[in-house]
Design a binder for this molecule. Structure first.
Ligand SMILES: NC(=O)C1=CN([C@@H]2O[C@H](COP(=O)(O)OP(=O)(O)OC[C@H]3O[C@@H](n4cnc5c(N)ncnc54)[C@H](OP(=O)(O)O)[C@@H]3O)[C@@H](O)[C@H]2O)C=CC1
Ligand SMILES: O=C(O)[C@@H]1CCC=N1
Length: 288
């Protein structure tokens, strides 16, 4: 077994402003890794009490949707993670800006929302970390892109890295690359799940019991990812080893080629990046 690197204990409050899937994935991953005490996690949402009760019972975190208490948490937390949908971000940030003090670190996971727009909506040059994680963070296998605003000091960088390294790997990148990264790793799990759905369906249509088809598909995807990771070989080289000349794999790949699989995946990644930019532009318009 390979040992995961030790992550320093996070011993301050983190407020998740938005208590949905992405927040839960990060919280679950951090708690499983024991990098933070659940008493130090506060999760805020807008309306759903049931959702907060669910999070409380699963992770022992504090949930809150009382407007006054919410503002108090936001005013006092050293670290705030923005995790609402892009359409809700402008309003939430306008409310947040006036209660912040200059040393509070704002970490965003919101697709498309740029550092410049965050600053504009907050109305202050807050230290901002723009990130793009993915939901595999919940099992410690996330992949998170990170951009720092120039206001983020060494301690802020370390804090952001501690959070996201505790739930997977991180890549510090230029902000211009964030949309491409979203197309690969932010949304990427969904493409793999889609491929898995199709493989499972094919197995069932071919007469395998659903459970068997699912188990075989899961193990195949897991094994293929681990092979790339552990052998260090290129996916193309590994694919070649599966593909006997004129054999069954070659026949299957020819069908995928005919459907332009390779270029379709690239087009999907590009469209994802483009859509993230569109969402960013829509949010930028909120500034005027
Ligand atoms: N899901 C994913 O795979 C990924 C998502 N992201 C980003 O994460 C962000 C959240 O996505 P996701 O978790 O899927 O979304 P969800 O819809 O699951 O969760 C959004 C949460 O935000 C809350 N919320 C909205 N407005 C406010 C507000 N004004 N004050 C407090 N809480 C508010 C909602 O509360 P309520 O339900 O009460 O309205 C809800 O808890 C998005 O911006 C997305 O781009 C990034 C990477 C991957
Ligand atoms: O679909 C979305 O907009 C978000 C961003 C990355 C994954 N989910």
């Amino acid at each position: 077994m390979c040992q995961q690197p030790a992550i320093p204990l996070i011993n301050h409050k983190i407020v998740f402003y938005g208590a949905g899937s992405m927040s839960e994935a990060i919280v679950r991953g951090m708690i499983a890794r024991n990098v933070i005490d659940s008493n130090n996690i506060v999760m805020l949402n807008r309306s759903s009490n049931e959702r907060l009760a669910e999070l409380r019972s699963r992770y022992g975190v504090l949930g809150c949707n009382d407007p006054e208490q919410k503002m108090e948490h936001l005013r006092t937390a050293p670290v705030i993670v923005l995790a609402m949908k892009p359409k809700d971000a402008a309003e939430a940030l306008r409310v947040l800006g006036p209660v912040l003090s200059p040393d509070q670190l704002v970490i965003s996971v919101i697709a498309g929302l740029t550092v410049r727009t965050i600053h504009g909506l907050l109305g202050a040059p807050q230290p901002v970390v723009r990130t793009m994680p993915n939901t595999s963070s919940s099992i410690g296998l996330g992949a998170t892109g990170i951009v720092y605003s120039k206001e983020v000091n060494e301690e802020g960088r370390r804090t952001a890295l501690n959070i996201f390294e505790s739930v997977g790997i991180t890549a510090v990148i230029e902000e211009e690359r964030m949309e491409t990264l979203t197309g690969i790793s932010g949304s990427g799990p969904a493409y793999i799940y889609y491929m898995m759905e199709a493989m499972i369906a094919a197995g069932i249509r071919g007469g395998l019991p659903p459970q068997q088809s699912t188990e075989l598909t899961v193990q195949t995807v897991l094994g293929a990812a681990r092979m790339v990771q552990q052998t260090g070989e290129e996916p193309a080289a590994l694919r070649k080893k599966v593909t006997s000349p004129n054999g069954s794999t070659q026949a299957a790949i020819e069908v995928l080629e005919k459907a332009d699989f390779f270029e379709s995946v690239i087009a999907a990644v590009n469209r994802c990046a483009e859509r993230s930019r569109e969402m960013g532009v829509a949010l930028e318009k909120e500034l005027s």
